[in-house]
Design a protein around this ligand. Structure first.
Ligand code: ZN
Ligand code: ZN
Length: 830
């Protein structure tokens, strides 16, 4: 036996990190053909300057393990990394400390790269890109111009979300419960001229595509479906005789038209100014409108929000009943949903019901529930379930399931309105009034107006001569060298757009650029992109469900329509890792691990004490990777002990002679069963089960060694199998022993072990075959075969047929007892 020095990750790990880097093991030539390619991608991080903690590690370690596994399976595997490098924290740091955002970002990137390396994570750094580099963002500008040409980028004045903390506008997707998703500030509504991407033109395609994403978490798909928010209904025209105007409303319940007792345009609706002119209470009405407009969209939409209303005193005509019904203003009616006006049916819509109760408006049921008629005087809530239509002329007695279709046809026939589909999705507001982003390639010319920059002038470079401190508003607007530029159309002095793009533009297509990151002629080579994409496995947090993941699907479709890519869905498989929690000393509660809560664990300390392999094993073992898991220091120590046992086992087996063949022994069979389990479970991302299986296998090998029942050859085989299967999880220790056992190539590039099906005997069962209750034969079958298959096999056996005299037979199979009994069929049997 060789002398054992003990498990020393501090020596092993840097050695292998150097070797992998020096030999460029993760490099993949994306220009070459790539049959069976595997494109693994982590959502590229924002280099924030905060040290990554073990909670972040979960994400990257998981991705690395998956990547290493597919490498060993022999797939050409691409695993690139880059930086979502534009954004506010860098600019805020510049304001605070005077350091230029570019410098600040560069430093942070260098630090993060070191951290990735110390975890043993392999990326193909030849593909590295950072969105703040002109070589990258020029293509944002190029895409923008192409979209503008096709009407997919446009500028308009609109009520928008303004974050006072970030001093910029935000997309709807970035407002969570009325607050900025980044800074948490309460968002205000302001009327501003802004740039938009017309994502609404893709609403239907984005929705349809979700059905084909079989390997995406249901939760993400549901969130996107709800966000797109398709509803089918009708536009209905309500005349306002006093104004000689028609108010068009959108409703998803045209079947309740006879129950509409008032209409409500949004306070922002263009007709409201004219209604105000007719109202006896003009000043109050205008005050009401002003107040509502200061409320955020989220406040107005919230189910629980206070219903604010104002009776305009003006009337409209319900086209079905020809009755006069009042025009009210209500804060919950949004200008950009449907037609920006609704018809209110208090009996059958909860929000309308609450509003009607508050303002004493009539409630008129037009549905009869199975449980009996509704009484407007005593109803406690709107009736929104089934029933049959009543009090609606021709529609009466129609069951709920057919009512909407019937109503829409009548409405169209009689000219009361038209069929209409709407979406909750709004166009994507992309302008930001901040410096650290992609400059929007547009100019304002006194003679020509708004003009796109010429393609050959790209990139429009973000200037460096910027004063960040003591600046009110967008610092870019203060840079004369940037702002002053000739008009691309007439050459006269013009002014550049100083808004920059939302950083979500950067992340909407970066996964395409990774396969051709240095291309200076084109955005990318389409043939290459079509060879390597879609991404086979994408990994990132659920918080991106409706921001990044929706925008990326939108961009992919746009680029497909431009003829640049041959697919619509960028990510075939998506995995959302769960977060890591830990006791927060300040609150005494188990909370998400985060710097602001002060409950993080630094990987630096952990690696210094136990090594990166220990962190990797523990992180993957602590629970199912999609679930929230609590960090435990005891668990870390346990993972470390496991690796020390592996190390000791390897060292003892390394000293044994390797004589003869491994053969068929209990240990060899255990190895094959482990290969099968581990392979299946990695494919399903059940890494915690994988680690458990490897721990069990290590004990089996150690026991065999101690009991001296197995030959040196079988023990060597078992240990090599253990090392190979453990490699994706603990790459350093396993490479080390692979080498010490005499192997010349990296374990990473060695083939993944194959399970020999003939040795997976625990998957076979022995069936005893009886004929008329007497044992006549036995056979081994795969336990996964169904009863019919087993019967058929048995019936074909000579020893069985002999006793059945060749006649028809019926079989009774007792699977738990593994007894199959045949009786000859009597003539009367079916
Ligand atoms: Zn903010
Ligand atoms: Zn001009």
């Amino acid at each position: 036996m060789t002398e054992r020095n003990g498990y020393a990750p501090g020596e092993i790990e840097p050695k292998w990190q150097d070797r992998w880097a020096n030999e460029n093991v993760a490099f993949v030539d994306t220009a070459a053909a790539a049959a069976e390619k595997f494109y693994m991608l982590m959502m590229f991080p924002y280099p924030s300057g905060d040290r990554l903690h073990v909670g972040h590690g979960r994400n990257y370690i998981l991705g690395d393990a998956v990547y290493r596994y597919f490498r060993m399976r022999g797939r050409p595997a691409l695993n690139p990394m880059g930086w979502d490098a534009f954004g506010l924290p860098a600019e805020n740091a510049a304001i605070k400390s005077g350091i230029h955002p570019r410098e600040y970002t560069k430093r942070n990137i260098a630090e993060m790269k070191k951290q990735f390396r110390s975890w043993g994570i392999l990326y193909d750094w030849s593909k590295e890109l950072a969105s703040c580099e002109p070589s990258y963002y020029r293509w944002n500008q190029w895409i923008f111009l192409k979209m503008w040409e096709r009407g997919l980028a446009y500028r308009k004045k609109a009520p928008v979300n303004w974050c006072p903390g970030c001093r910029t506008v935000l997309a709807n997707e970035q407002v969570i419960d009325g607050r900025c998703e980044r800074s948490g500030d309460e968002v205000e509504t302001r009327d501003l001229e802004q740039w938009f991407f017309k994502i609404t033109a893709y609403a239907e395609r984005l929705l349809e595509g979700l059905d084909r994403l079989e390997h995406w978490p249901e939760k993400v798909k549901t969130m996107q479906r709800n966000w797109i928010g398709k509803s089918t209904g009708a536009r209905i025209f309500f005349e306002i005789p006093d104004l000689a105007e028609t108010l068009t409303v959108f409703t998803t319940r045209p079947d309740t038209l006879y129950g509409a007792t008032f209409v409500a345009p949004a306070p922002e609706h263009p007709l409201v100014a004219r209604i105000a002119g007719r109202s006896a209470r003009t000043a109050e009405l205008e005050q009401f409108v002003g107040r509502v407009r200061r409320e955020s969209r989220m406040e107005r939409e919230a189910e629980s929000a206070d219903k604010e209303g104002f009776d305009t005193g003006v009337f409209s005509i319900n086209p079905a009943t020809r009755e006069k019904i009042p025009v009210w203003l209500a804060n919950f009616v949004l200008p950009d949903y449907g037609e920006g006006a609704i018809m209110s049916v208090p009996a059958h819509d909860q929000r309308d019901f609450e509003f009607a109760r508050k303002f004493h408006l009539p409630i008129r049921p037009v549905y009869l529930p199975d449980s009996g008629p509704l009484d407007p005087a005593t109803m406690a809530a709107a009736w929104v379930q089934d029933g049959v239509v009543i009090d609606s002329e021709d529609w009466s007695q129609t069951p709920a399931s057919k009512a909407i279709e019937r109503a829409v046809s009548t409405i169209e026939e009689k000219g009361w309105g038209a069929r209409q589909t709407t979406y909750r999705l709004r166009d994507w507001l992309i302008s930001r009034q901040r410096y650290w982003g992609t400059p929007i390639p547009a100019l304002y010319c006194g003679a020509c107006g708004l003009v796109p920059e010429r393609e050959e002038n790209l990139p429009i470079i973000l200037p460096n001569d910027i004063e960040f401190r003591n600046v009110d508003g967008n610092p870019l607007a203060r840079s004369e060298s940037f702002v002053d530029a000739p008009c691309p159309r007439c050459g006269a002095p013009a002014r550049r757009e100083t808004d920059t793009m939302d950083t979500f533009v950067d992340s909407s297509w970066y996964y395409l650029r990774f396969v051709d990151p240095r291309n200076e002629e084109r955005i990318f080579d389409s043939a290459r992109v079509n060879r390597w994409l879609p991404v086979d496995q994408y990994v990132g947090g659920i918080e991106h469900a409706i921001l990044h993941l929706l925008y990326a699907r939108f961009f992919c479709r746009v680029l497909r329509d431009f003829g640049l890519v041959g697919f619509e869905e960028p990510f075939s498989r998506l995995f959302n890792q769960g977060m890591i929690t830990r006791l927060n000393p300040a609150t005494g509660k188990i909370e998400k691990m985060s710097k602001s809560r002060g409950n993080t664990v630094s990987p630096d300390d952990l690696i210094a004490q136990y090594g990166a392999d220990t962190e990797r094993v523990y992180t993957l073992f602590m629970g199912p990777p999609e679930k929230e898991c609590e960090w435990s220091q005891d668990g870390v120590a346990g993972a470390h002990r496991f690796l020390a046992r592996v190390d000791e086992l390897c060292s003892r087996v390394a000293g044994l002679p390797v004589a003869g063949e491994a053969g068929d022994t209990p240990l060899v069979r255990a190895a094959h069963r482990t290969i099968r389990r581990v392979t299946d479970d990695i494919e399903r991302f059940h890494f915690n089960v994988v680690v458990a299986a490897l721990m069990e296998f290590q004990r089996t090998v150690t026991d065999s060694l101690v009991e001296e029942k197995e030959s040196g050859a079988t023990l060597h085989f078992a240990v090599r199998t253990l090392l190979a299967l453990l490699h994706p999880i603990a790459p350093h220790l396993t490479e080390e022993w692979w080498e010490r056992l005499g192997e010349k190539s990296f374990l990473l590039t060695s083939p993944w072990p194959q399970a020999d099906p003939t040795l997976l005997i625990e998957d076979s069962i022995e069936i005893r075959i009886q004929v008329r209750g007497k044992l006549r034969d036995k056979m081994m079958v795969d336990r996964r075969m169904d009863d019919r298959e087993i019967e058929k096999l048995a019936q074909e056996r000579e020893a069985v047929r002999k006793w059945l005299d060749g006649g028809p037979a019926r079989a009774y199979f007792n699977r738990p007892k593994q007894i199959l009994n045949f009786v000859p069929a009597s003539p009367g049997d079916p």
